[in-house]
Design a protein around this ligand. Structure first.
Ligand code: F6P
Length: 568
């Protein structure tokens, strides 16, 4: 020790003292435990016939690391990711059972949650309620169009179409009598089939199904509500259509008489009489929705949107629908659509830009004004243009109030603005091919896609649905989207719809549909419609890429005033 101190290794000195003290403590603890283990060993010895000699010490020595291990395991077990690794098979099995029970409890909790409140993202069944001629079908189809446009895949399931499948020919109003058992059975079966198809549609991953039936009794609605919520786990919203406005009612009745398949084989007199009696049968059975008696979520629409009341309406989709119904009006409509007159860019085959009208385009503007002004002298008209020069110039001679809307501007072609299709192929062959592969969704770099136009057109379309005698002077892509909306075109077909220059497209509403008339004014122009080529691969040849490009001038010809001289 002295030697160590002299050497200056004083820390070794302290180390030795520490070891001595430590072994003294160990010795003391060992003896202490031995005493208590003795008592234990008596019990264990008597039970397990183990020799008491030497055992306590061995145990003491073993117990320490074991205790340490247990602590370690507990610590690790608290970390769920390590749980399976560190636990003994028995313990693991137990924990797994515990886990299962927890999962089961969680699932049960979800189920009970579900019975109380169905997820916002669950599919939605809309069931219409009301007497015939209250505008149910019109509402169903308009709502479906609106929802589809807003990305909710929606389909209408018309109960009367299912009924007609069961009856080769419509007989008389008799099948609607409450005491006609055969008639009631057919109607019940048709409703069941329509709902089944609606359910399949929703199970297929679509988001909204509209069941266009009468659903006039409380019992029918209770059954449907329960089936939807409890059996299917779908959301359900009832929309009741009420119509007290005599003028509107008459108009609806006239439309049914004209367009319903039931009355095709009847004289007008017969049809009027039959429809009147059918209405009487329904009126006898009708139980309007009563929020106090029925626990259903519903919207009541009076006179096609004049008054809208909601009861227990919750959820994202339902709120959007409520908003749409509140803004809905039901007036007969005529809307005129036209592209601007031929522009200088059209003549050159260039896209986008803000070019002036060509001389032929100016002639079209005059012809269009003559055409519209003759109508405007009888009825008030309004003109909506884009903010582009070519649409404003086209509308300039029309004698009606004008509005320039940015939302009506042509598709923004981004880096391709001002190019011809040939130049696009030359500079951006890949982009050109990608666009051909999926024209609806393709977005020009720094520009827009058709889907983008659809989005920005939403407010304009909602506004236009309630307008009459509006002339929309727009552009090729924008008008494709607008016409596609009113004509309920398939989305993938929109970018290829034909909307030629110098042509007025007149839409007239009838029921929930629109009649289309194309009025071509006699002023020559280029064709700007490029069909989808067969070969859309990025490795295609230039010839394959350009095969459908419409012909155009390379420079502006000087003789465009004389249409007959302008040969392409
Ligand atoms: O060519 C005229 C035009 O209005 C362009 O401005 C626009 O980019 C184009 O039509 C849209 O048509 P498409 O989508 O068929 O290229």
């Amino acid at each position: 020790m002295a030697l160590l101190c002299i050497r200056g290794d004083w820390y070794l000195y302290f180390w030795l003292i520490y070891c001595k003290v430590y072994s003294a403590i160990i010795w003391f603890v060992g003896n202490h435990c031995r005493g208590s283990d003795k008592a234990r060993s008596v019990i264990s010895g008597s039970v397990g016939n183990q020799s008491p000699s030497g055992l306590p010490r061995v145990r003491t020595r073993r117990r320490k690391p074991q205790q340490h291990k247990v602590k370690h395991i507990v610590a690790l077990v608290r970390r769920p990711s390590l749980r399976r690794i560190v636990m003994a098979p028995g313990a693991a099995a137990h924990a797994m059972m515990e886990d299962k029970a927890k999962t089961l409890n969680g699932a049960l909790a979800n189920v009970s949650m579900r019975t109380r409140r169905i997820s916002q993202f669950a599919p939605l069944l809309i069931a219409l309620v009301g007497l015939p001629a209250r505008g149910k079908s019109q509402l169903a189809h308009r709502l479906s169009r609106h929802l589809n446009w807003n990305g909710e895949s929606t389909k209408v399931f018309d109960c009367s179409e299912y009924r007609r499948k069961h009856m080769a020919l419509y007989g008389t109003h008799d099948i609607f009598r409450a005491d006609n058992q055969q008639g009631s059975a057919i109607r019940r079966q048709s409703a069941r089939e329509a709902v089944q198809d609606a359910v399949l549609w929703l199970k297929d991953g679509n988001s909204v199904a509209i069941f266009d039936g009468t659903n006039i009794t409380r019992e029918q609605r209770r059954e449907l509500n329960e089936y939807c919520l409890s059996d299917m786990g779908f959301r359900i919203l009832f929309i009741e259509c009420v119509c007290e406005d005599q003028e509107l009612l008459e108009r609806n009745i006239i439309e049914i008489l004209h367009y319903s398949a039931d009355y095709k084989a009847m004289s007008e007199e017969q049809a009027v009489d039959d429809l009147r009696k059918k209405l009487e049968h329904y009126m006898r059975q009708y139980e309007p929705i009563d929020g106090n008696l029925e626990g259903v979520s519903f919207v009541r629409v009076e006179n096609m949107g004049e008054t809208v009341t909601a009861h227990k309406v919750a959820g994202q989709k339902e709120s959007g629908i409520l908003g749409y119904l509140s803004g809905m009006r039901a007036f007969p409509q005529t809307i005129y659509f036209t592209r601007h007159g031929e522009s200088e860019y059209n003549v050159l085959g260039r896209i986008g830009g803000d070019a002036n009208l060509s001389p032929r385009g100016q002639r079209y503007a005059i012809a269009l004004a003559e055409h519209i002004n003759s109508k405007a002298s009888c009825e008030p008209m309004a003109v909506w243009t884009s903010e582009m020069r070519r649409t404003k110039q086209t509308a300039s001679d029309i004698m009606a109030p004008k509005r320039a809307l940015r939302a009506l501007n042509e598709l923004d072609a981004g880096i391709c603005e001002g190019l011809t299709y040939e130049e696009m192929q030359e500079r951006f062959p890949q982009e050109f091919a990608w666009r051909d592969q999926d024209k609806l969704r393709y977005r020009y770099p720094w520009g827009e896609s058709y889907i983008d136009i659809m989005t920005r057109l939403r407010p304009v379309l909602s506004a236009l649905e309630d307008e009459h005698n509006v002339v929309v002077v727009g552009h090729q892509a924008v008008l494709r989207c607008m016409l596609g909306y009113f004509l309920d075109a398939k989305l993938d077909e929109l970018p290829y719809m034909t909307v030629p220059l110098h042509t007025i497209v007149k839409l007239t509403s009838y029921g929930y549909k629109y009649k289309v008339e194309m009025v071509k004014l006699p002023v020559e122009c280029v064709d700007t419609h490029r069909k989808q080529p067969k070969n859309c691969s990025i490795t295609r040849t230039t010839a394959d890429a350009l095969v459908t490009v419409p012909s155009h001038y390379d420079t502006l010809p000087s003789n465009l005033w004389q249409s007959s001289e302008a040969q392409l």
